[in-house]
Write a protein that binds this ligand. Structure first.
Ligand code: SF4
Length: 525
């Protein structure tokens, strides 16, 4: 029997390491070391009820385990085969306890593709990844497919970049493949910096091999032999697991020289970023790897033609790359089998804020925002009510009650004034001041602006000052019009995506909650 204990950052912070130690002590005390082993997995996803554990092969889901529960769990479940019901998840609607993970509403409507191995493998053991088809996609690519076939399959999948912009990944790869260059690079953007976002970190912590395999396949498609993973240094567990995964993949001949005897070489290095939000912008990220100050540069030329060190470069984020191996193994048509007309596959979200089930979720494109918040998220806890959900973090916008039935789809979400972004979803209840929310995100952006171009450097500062004044009850007639005008100028003239999208939270709150701005200014509330 295996006890799959979540060791992701969420469960780690609620004491999973102490639970592990207590369980191990009990297993030894009861002489069960031959029969029972503990596997520390990456993030299970249901962070709200951590530390969580799933037993295999039965699939019993235990929540909120404390070290004091270890004796009962080992004696009852492991020794006598009697699951401990008091540690099952309790459905707040029915008050009934649920034993199996798939029956819990939080998991029931999710579909795991990018996160297919989460909670099911030890991320520090490559054998466990391989046992779940790890590197099979790469093996197929190297033995059966030409580079053009790889790109055709990516195009057929309809996979769009999950970092926020939603550009078709296959098209990006095609540009890089046909670009002139003796050297080419594949980069993984793991510089996740949105407040409330932890999708990429969790994928790297739970299944780093999927990302490495995705990078190797991309490299084969464009004939690159070197890749970098740009990961913020605030993610020490993800970085540690990446290093372990790279070493193990090299030892197994799955990275490095002559991969699987094919003559194809590809090496990967982890580059630690210092946590500047702007370094998630592709040109700034490349300058940072080059050892320069991480500042964006104008495009074109685009990185697919002139990227890292002026060479053709693919940059995809963690979630995008984690999808690639299964697309190669099962085909682009399989991947495109779920989703909407223009948004295929699944999307990972980090659900946080005023919502009962905080955690990491993966849903088919086309799922409604309402389903995300209520069916999976469990709605707003207590007597408070839903007000809005912020999608896309500081670059995104809010989706209010009247648009909750909007499907998760790049274009549909943009139509209501938000963006898909990388997957941050922050739920806000009826006590949230939306002016203060806009101020918070503008404060973040203003702080993170690299200062290179005037509209962003000065414009965000002025927008922030106005928002601060309004929040302090010092707002005046004309402030709303000035905010709108400044947002328009910054959005249309800033150099990079950070500045261009900075006005979004202000504009979307003005669109749906203008009365709150007016109440602050005219009623001085
Ligand atoms: Fe820097 Fe902002 Fe200009 Fe981007 S828009 S280059 S972050 S100042």
């Amino acid at each position: 029997m295996q006890l799959m204990l979540c060791g992701g950052t969420g469960c780690d912070s609620t004491g999973s390491e102490k639970v592990r130690a207590a369980l191990q002590e009990e297993i030894e005390k009861q002489g069960l070391t031959e029969e029972v082993s503990i596997v520390i997995t990456g993030c299970n996803g249901f962070c709200a009820v951590g530390p969580v554990m799933v037993t295999q092969p039965e699939g019993i889901f235990y929540q909120k385990i404390q070290p004091e529960d270890a004796k009962e769990l080992v004696t009852e479940h492991c020794l006598h085969g009697r699951p401990v019901e008091r540690l099952f998840y309790k459905n707040p609607a029915t008050k009934k306890r649920i034993s199996k993970m798939g029956d819990i509403p939080f998991f029931a409507s999710q579909e795991f593709r990018a996160m297919r191995n989460k909670g099911l493998i030890d991320p520090e053991l490559i054998d466990e990844a391989i046992a779940r088809d790890g590197y099979f996609g790469l093996a197929k690519v190297l033995s059966e497919m030409k580079p053009e076939d790889i790109i055709d399959e990516m195009m057929a999948s309809g996979l769009r970049g999950r970092g926020g912009a939603g550009f078709p990944a296959g098209a990006k790869w095609r540009f890089a493949k046909w670009a002139d260059g003796d050297e080419k690079y594949v980069l993984c953007n793991a510089d996740e910096g949105d407040p409330g976002a932890f999708m990429d970190r969790s994928i790297l912590e739970s299944d780093p091999h999927a990302v490495l395999e995705g990078m190797a396949i991309a490299a084969r498609a464009i004939n690159a032999d070197k890749g970098y993973i740009y990961c913020r240094s605030e993610y020490p567990l993800a970085i540690k697991r990446l290093h372990i995964a790279i070493d193990q993949a090299k030892a197994y001949g799955l990275l490095g020289d002559d991969i699987l005897g094919s003559g194809f070489n590809f090496d990967v290095e982890v580059y630690q970023g210092a946590g500047a939000f702007v370094c998630g912008e592709e040109t700034a990220l490349m300058r940072s790897i080059e050892g320069k100050r991480g500042m964006p540069i104008p495009r074109p030329p685009f990185p697919a033609h002139k990227g890292l060190w002026g060479k053709p470069t693919i940059l995809n984020n963690v979630e995008t790359l984690a999808n690639v191996p299964q697309i190669m193994l099962k085909g682009g048509a399989w991947y495109a089998g779920v989703g909407t007309e223009n948004s295929k596959g699944t999307k990972v979200f980090a659900l946080s804020g005023d919502v009962a089930n905080i955690g990491l979720v993966e849903v088919p494109m086309g799922t409604s925002v309402r389903s995300l918040v209520y069916d999976i998220g469990g709605g707003v806890p207590g007597k408070r009510t839903f007000k809005a959900v912020q999608l896309g973090g500081p670059s995104g916008g809010c989706v209010p009650e009247q648009h909750l039935d909007t499907p998760i789809d790049y274009e549909a979400i943009a139509k209501v004034g938000a963006i898909m972004g990388s997957g941050g979803a922050i739920v806000m209840d009826n006590t949230t001041c939306m002016v203060d929310m806009a101020r918070y995100f503008m404060d973040f952006i203003q702080d993170e602006s690299c200062g290179k171009c005037t509209p962003c450097r000065e414009g965000t500062k002025r927008i922030l000052t106005i928002l601060e004044d309004i929040c302090k009850g010092k707002g005046k007639d004309g402030d709303i019009e000035e905010l709108e005008s400044l947002c328009h100028v910054v959005g249309h003239t800033a150099l990079c995506g950070l500045g261009q999208t900075a006005p979004n939270p202000v504009l979307s709150t003005l669109r749906y909650f203008r009365d709150e701005f007016e109440a602050h200014i005219y009623a001085k509330t």
